[in-house]
Ligand binder design. Structure first.
Ligand code: HSE
Length: 430
């Protein structure tokens, strides 16, 4: 039988604690892995956390003896694998590089690190003949990365579409189902442990940007620079938009898309209206779903709990098992460079909500701007009740046009004196 893999763990936050518990409490895992050392910022803090955590069963003292605050001491450990779970770029990048250069495999769930330094880290791992696995960085326990690196390796992937931020999905689906207020639902998501304590990255789309960047970089065989991913979050979505969307037969989701058309790659994160009959419309709460389109596999759907400590720990343990079994999980970087197209060139249908003065000629002015920008209107709805500014809601759905035309039209519409709000626009995904 193969020897146990010796593990050094960096970070004992929610996910780190869960991984440590699984490694020491689960008898099956004992046959494969030995946790040897844990690097944390503050040993006293974690001594207390471990003492107060009944789930360590009888292993508290053993775990406390593994803690160290000293990175130099930690890296002297004779590990086979370093598991990095501190998140952020620094010092995570230095730790991951050090581990790979010292011939230790690395498992990480750090999406920001992988998205920012994709090619560099993969090349370092490869040249040192070490594994760098990061299944937990996208969709927590959903095994999407290994599906792309291994099972779909022989496919040419044309598009990946995902709901890949659990916090935004929880907020949007609670607003839809219970007409719940944005900020109240956000607090709940934080209590449940899947929204970050600083939720900016979740609700402004950056968390999803890192994740779709990683998926696209694997699928298309090269690093997609993060500034090639356009990003819009859900901060401006109000209950009004949810309710208008419902009346038109849609829901609103934060969608991340990376696609390749005629060899040009475009990637974006943005809220989108999705028909209620679409499979993604029924992915709710903190669930994530990813659709992969490949030339051989067709349309493949993977869905599961995309956020949370247990689900992420599942991915970490899966990666460890992959290393134990010497399974591939390797990202193939292609020789040539990738070509990109600005997301503003991509065509889509759009939803627009305006608060306008209720007087003659309003619709004609707005329709004129759309017409001048070569955008065709698909439907118009005006709500009679006046809002606090004395305006009425005007909702317009357009036919597909390049996003850059739509944005130009909105800028012109916003400057009209009859428009009383900051126009709210949302792409329509069908
Ligand atoms: N905060 C993330 C989410 C989970 O809400 O999906 C970690 O990636």
């Amino acid at each position: 039988m193969q020897n146990n893999l010796q593990i050094g763990l960096i970070g004992l936050g929610n996910v780190g604690l869960q991984v440590a518990k699984e490694l020491v409490n689960n008898k099956d895992l004992e046959n494969h892995f030995s946790l040897k050392s844990i690097l944390v910022r503050n040993v006293n803090k974690y001594n207390k956390i471990i003492d107060n955590d009944p789930e360590f069963l009888g292993n508290s003292s053993m775990i406390k003896n593994l803690l160290t605050e000293n990175p130099k001491d930690f890296f002297k450990g004779n590990f086979d694998v370093v598991v990095e779970l501190i998140g952020g770029l620094n010092p995570a990048k230095e730790y991951v590089k050090t581990a790979l250069l010292e011939k230790k495999h690395v498992v990480t769930a750090n999406k920001e690190l992988i998205a920012n330094h994709f090619s560099e880290l993969i090349k370092i791992a490869k040249s040192n003949k070490m594994k760098l696995r990061f299944e937990g960085s996208v969709g927590a326990g959903i095994p999407v990365i290994e599906v792309l690196t291994d099972m779909l390796k022989q496919n040419s992937i044309s598009r990946i579409t995902g709901i890949i931020n659990g916090t935004s999905n929880y907020i949007l689906s609670s607003m839809f189902d219970y007409s719940a207020d944005f900020s109240k639902v956000l607090l709940e998501a934080q209590k449940l442990g899947f929204a970050e304590s600083d939720p900016t990255d979740d609700i402004d789309g950056h968390d999803a940007k890192y994740k779709i960047d990683i998926l696209g970089s694997i699928a298309f065989g090269g690093e997609i620079p993060l500034n090639n991913v356009s990003v819009k979050g859900i901060r401006d979505i109000s209950l009004k938009d949810i309710s208008h969307a419902k009346n038109f037969g849609y829901t609103i989701k934060l969608l991340a898309i990376t696609e390749r058309n005629a060899n040009l790659i475009s990637s974006r994160v943005s809220p989108a209206l999705i028909p209620l009959s679409h499979p993604l419309a029924n992915v709710n709460e903190n669930y994530n779903a990813i659709e992969i389109v490949g030339n051989l596999v067709g349309n493949l759907w993977i869905q599961g709990e995309g956020a949370g400590k247990k689900s992420t720990a599942s991915a970490i343990l899966g990666d460890l098992m992959g290393i134990y079994n010497s399974s591939s999980g390797d990202v193939e970087l292609s020789e040539g460079s990738l070509d990109f197209i600005d997301d503003l060139e991509i065509k889509s249908k759009n939803y627009l909500r305006l608060s306008v003065s209720d007087e003659f000629g309003v619709l004609a002015k707005i329709a004129g701007i759309f017409s001048n920008n070569k955008i065709s209107i698909a439907s118009v709805m005006q709500n009679d009740p006046k809002d606090l500014t004395g305006g009425v809601d005007l909702v317009i759905m357009t036919h597909a046009s390049p996003e850059k035309y739509f944005i130009k039209a909105i800028e012109q519409i916003e400057s009209l004196s009859i428009v009383r709000n900051k126009p709210i626009s949302i792409r329509i995904h069908e």
